[in-house]
Design a protein around this ligand. Structure first.
Ligand SMILES: Cc1cc2nc3c(=O)[nH]c(=O)nc-3n(C[C@H](O)[C@H](O)[C@H](O)COP(=O)(O)OP(=O)(O)OC[C@H]3O[C@@H](n4cnc5c(N)ncnc54)[C@H](O)[C@@H]3O)c2cc1C
Length: 505
């Protein structure tokens, strides 16, 4: 396909003024602001076309905000208003997840999920949810009685349920990371630890100013999650109302995963799924989230009273929640777009020609944003394609190689690898059986991420029972061996230094 416009088709005057401070390496057709699951899916979809693309991300990794702080459930698409983008993209995202997960080598299991009820009112509500699901095109929905429910999840406390057999669980970290790494492998430039501070409009494009320098681009795509309202104001969009909804979680150890074959939810409202229990793809269980409004988009602490609330509330659904199995807490914040009355709105994905005909603005990308990431990205590309012709890239490769997980290999396979490279035989994380080779391969990731959590989310080191007591300093040493000074190693966010001075060998 031919594009209507040639690349970097700024008029001469604007080019002259920009060129003083920027080189061609800082000039793009598309800049995506925000490298989370949605921004990285957009970058990867754009990489199917012949264009220069960059992602600008303020954090040192792509999973440090909402995309790494959620339930990891691939939703069925029944809980959203019929006709909404949330319903449409969720159903589409659910349908494509087997092929997407296989292309990107992301662990995904179609476990199904149950929404459990006890009263006549619950039954009516679940039947309405099922009808809404059918209208949305969600598949595999049916009411089941108590006997069938207890065959599926013996311990659950409930009289009947709505079963959604198309729902599933995924590794949300690897979905985001592999989308980003596959985008990078297809030529997308990632600028991590670059915060967008302002955006200047030029006649035929934009200058995006970050805290580390400026970039020239024809198109800007605002996929900044919790920061999207600020970025949309930089672009000149009117002031949207976005409120945070904070959800806290408990993580239970792997002995509990065996007791929970699929996510168990209470009866939902159409704005909140309720506190649920969910097996993770690696065999832990998460309990949560609750939902409290917040305007502090950077506080992820989990207060003690929330731990008690989650234990008690989820205990009414699934009685296996004991403090002795609790290994960690975490939280996430949903950016909810609301109207002047506080009513929660649909995803907003728009190009407004009166404001900026080369800016795509995404606001209120809350749940089910993980499930919907690729349909959202394709919608963004279709909006762009209405305005200019995109030419297919001849070299796009949708596949991400599957990293080897030492713990999943047979004894013979392990022996083979160790014979070739002793680093396979040096176990760094003994809870999750992660080898030094896996850590070194993760350190060599194509995005150049060098944080402790960057290694954790790529390998599962530090995620086991001891929660990093054994391996954290070994990983820090390996990061040093890769060329970082000890006091350059950050835990997760900019400035979260792990040590001061040198770590003793
Ligand atoms: C508690 C909870 C549970 C959820 N459960 C599910 C679920 O089970 N299933 C499901 O489908 N969805 C779920 N979701 C929703 C899903 O996680 C999100 O919709 C999705 O992760 C949003 O992705 P994103 O890329 O838009 O946002 P993010 O992952 O937040 O990415 C946005 C990025 O923009 C960056 N950024 C912001 N401002 C700037 C700036 N000025 N300059 C540069 N970069 C910037 C941020 O650092 C961030 O990395 C849940 C969400 C929460 C909070």
């Amino acid at each position: 396909m031919e594009r209507k416009l040639t690349r970097f088709s700024f008029d001469n005057r604007s080019i002259c003024s920009i060129i003083l401070s920027m080189t061609d390496k800082d000039a793009f057709d598309f800049i995506v602001i925000g490298g989370g699951v949605v921004g990285s899916a957009i970058a990867r979809e754009l990489a199917r076309y012949d264009a220069r693309i960059a992602v600008i991300e303020k954090n040192p990794d792509v999973v440090d905000e909402t995309s790494g702080r959620n339930s990891g459930v691939i939703h069925g698409g029944f809980a959203y208003d019929t006709g909404s983008l949330k319903a449409r993209f969720c159903v589409e995202g659910n349908r494509m997840m087997d092929s997407l997960a296989s292309e990107l080598s992301v662990p995904f299991r179609r476990t199904g999920k149950v929404l459990v009820g006890n009263t006549e009112e619950d039954r009516k509500s679940l039947e309405r949810t099922m009808e809404q699901g059918a209208a949305n095109g969600a598949s595999g929905l049916r009411m089941i009685d108590g006997r069938e429910l207890h065959e599926i999840v013996p311990a659950v406390l409930g009289s009947f349920a709505l079963l959604s057999s198309s729902s599933g669980i995924i590794d949300p970290f690897l979905l985001t990371i592999h989308l980003a790494e596959n985008a990078a492998a297809n030529g997308v430039h990632y600028y991590l630890s670059h915060k967008v501070m302002s955006i200047r409009k030029e006649k035929d494009g934009h200058i995006v100013d970050t805290d580390k320098g400026s970039f020239r681009t024809r198109w800007v795509i605002n996929s900044a999650g919790l920061g999207a309202k600020d970025v949309s104001e930089m672009l000149g969009f009117s002031s949207y109302r976005v409120i945070g909804s904070k959800g806290n979680y408990l993580v239970l150890d792997k002995t509990m995963g065996a007791l929970l074959p699929l996510p168990v939810y209470p009866v939902p409202s159409n704005t909140y799924m309720g506190i649920h229990v969910t097996p993770t793809i690696d065999g832990n269980v998460t309990v949560g989230p609750d939902a409290s409004p917040t305007m502090d988009f950077s506080y992820y602490g989990v207060p003690q009273e929330k731990i008690e609330l989650l234990e008690n509330s989820a205990g009414d659904l699934w009685p296996h929640i004991h403090r002795k199995n609790l290994i960690r807490t975490f939280s996430g914040i949903l950016p909810k777009l609301v109207d002047e009355n506080g009513a929660i709105q649909d995803f907003r994905i728009e190009i407004d020609d009166r404001i900026d005909s080369r800016a795509v603005n995404l606001i209120g990308i809350e749940s089910p944003g993980l499930t919907s990431c690729v349909p959202i990205a394709r919608h963004v590309v279709s909006l762009i394609a209405e305005r200019e012709t995109l030419r297919d890239s001849s070299s796009f490769n949708p596949c991400h190689p599957r990293p080897i997980r030492f713990s999943e290999l047979s004894e013979e396979e392990k022996d083979d690898l160790i014979r070739k490279d002793l680093a396979w035989g040096r176990i760094v994380c003994s809870c999750e059986m992660v080898s030094e080779r896996e850590i070194l391969d993760a350190i060599a990731n194509p995005l150049g991420v060098r944080t402790m959590t960057g290694i954790k989310y790529r390998t599962r080191s530090m995620m086991g029972l001891c929660q990093s007591g054994f391996c954290q300093m070994r990983i820090e040493q390996l990061l040093e061996r890769s060329g970082l000074d000890a006091d350059e190693v950050e835990y997760m966010y900019p400035g979260s230094w792990v040590v001061k001075g040198k770590v003793r060998a």
